[in-house]
Structures are given as C-alpha cells and as structure tokens.
Design a protein around this ligand. Structure first.
Ligand code: SF4
Ligand code: SF4
Length: 246
C-alpha cells in the first residue's frame, strides 16, 4: 500500500554504517526512553567479526562490523498483514504502530517480522516495538537513538520536506543506500549506507526472522569460527595466576 502523506510529515531514517563505532548508546537510550523490559529490545546493535585482507601489506587480518537495527517501518509490513486482530496500523506519517487495546499477544506479528523487531512485553503482555519515539516527535523532538548517537550515524526527518536532514542525506548518498534483507520485499523506510561494504551482507543472517532478538546472543560469537583460521596451532591460553597478597 502507498503510504504517501501529502499533508503532513512522512518520517524516514538512514543509518551511515561508515560512522558507527558499536558503542550501544542508541540501544541503551531506547531502553531508557521507552522503558523496554530487561532482555528485550526495540533497538539492538549487532557485532560481526570477519576475515579480511590488510590493504597495506596484503596479510590476512580480522575486522569487526557494527549493525544497529530497529523496526524498519516497512511500507509492505508482514507484521501488519499477519495480525489477525487488526492491532497493527500504519499511520499517514509512515510509522507502523501497535494498537494496544486490540493486541491479544498471539505472536503472529513476531513470527512474520523478518527483522526480529517485535517482542511481547512481559509486564504489559502486549506486542512492543520501535515507533520512532512517536511521543518525542509529537513534542518536536527527534527519536532518542538519533539524539544520543555520538558518531552522528542517524539521518532522520520528514521525507516530504526537501530541506530535512533525511532528504539531504538521500540527495547526497542516494546511490549508496540499501535496505536490510531486500529479498523480503518489505520496502523499509529505514535505509543504510555501507551495507555490502563496511558491513558485509553475510552479517544479515544474524538478524532473526520469525522471532525476537535473542538476549543471550552476544555478538562476538564469530570469534570461535575465525580462531582456527588464524591460529590453527595456537596453544590454549594459560589461566592467570592470582596476584600475591602483600
Ligand atoms: S549510538 Fe551510534 S555509534 Fe553507537 S552503536 Fe548506535 S549507531 Fe553506532
Ligand atoms: S520491521 Fe518488522 S515490526 Fe517493523 S514494520 Fe517491518 S515487519 Fe513490522
């Protein structure tokens, strides 16, 4: 469905992955701003370690990529189509929102989302996800993640306003922008610069499809896969001796 809004704002976001330092400030700010329950996420930053070649000496090396994720505000949203109660709607401003009074926590939306963006809040027992901090937008403020990022990763604003930050970012980087999991055909309003470059596409498999973000998945788990390649004969590290008491 075309969600073009000709009378008010249509919100869009682009993340410049060239700038992300993986500090998690966005996900922490999101949790605080939206009281996201322990072990659940509206915004989650993934890490990915991968083998690469040092461009200066052509020797094998390792790199770490950072990928902040949130609800993609899909224009063709599988969550919205999957909800049997009509408890998810897209506003004229492009934001996909939960209608709390209609949610029966059937989890159909979670199973349908290709980006792990939904969870059932254990306290309210209602589906929960990013809505671009709609309460802040209503107060003429930016989403918490946008405001707190120390590396200026987020370009956010009104896609209908040619003078907005997001419109300027699109104008400057249009050819470099892409979306997560394009094969899902969800037409996200959240786009990225650097996918397939500083962040390998192979990293996309870490973003869960059909279930929420895993609170136990710490993102350095690819170290184990890479260890054999870089140190095949390395002896196990010795345990540190406790310091002597003085
Ligand atoms: S706050 Fe900015 S730099 Fe830090 S992880 Fe999030 S997007 Fe990356
Ligand atoms: S990312 Fe998931 S929750 Fe967000 S609009 Fe798309 S399908 Fe729905």
């Amino acid at each position: 469905m075309d969600s073009t809004n000709n009378t008010g704002p249509k919100w869009g976001m682009a993340l410049d992955l060239e700038r992300c330092i993986g500090c998690h400030a966005c996900s922490v700010a999101c949790k605080v701003e939206n009281s996201v329950s322990l072990g659940h996420f509206r915004t989650k930053v993934y890490y990915y370690d991968y083998a690469a070649t040092n461009p200066y000496n052509q020797q094998p090396t390792m790199k770490r990529a950072f990928l902040p994720t949130l609800c993609m505000q899909c224009e063709d949203a599988p969550c919205l189509d999957a909800c049997p109660n009509g408890a998810i709607e897209r506003g004229a401003d492009g934001i996909v929102r939960i209608i709390e009074s209609e949610c029966d926590r059937s989890r159909d939306c979670i199973k349908a989302c290709p980006y792990g963006a939904l969870h059932i809040d254990p306290i309210s027992q209602i589906a929960d996800k990013c809505d671009f901090c709609s309460h802040r937008l209503a107060a003429d403020m930016e989403p918490a993640c946008v405001e707190v990022c120390p590396a200026d990763v987020f370009a956010f604003g009104d896609l209908n306003d040619p003078s907005s930050r997001i419109s300027a970012f699109h104008e400057k980087h249009r050819k470099q922008l892409s979306v997560l999991k394009p094969e899902e055909h969800t037409r996200p309003l959240v786009q990225y610069r650097g996918l397939g470059g500083v962040v390998p596409r192979a990293m996309e498999h870490k973003i869960p499809k059909g279930h929420s973000h895993d609170p136990h998945s710490y993102e350095i788990d690819t170290w184990a896969e890479l260890k054999a390649r870089f140190a095949p004969s390395a002896a196990p590290a010795k345990a540190l001796k406790p310091a002597k008491k003085s």
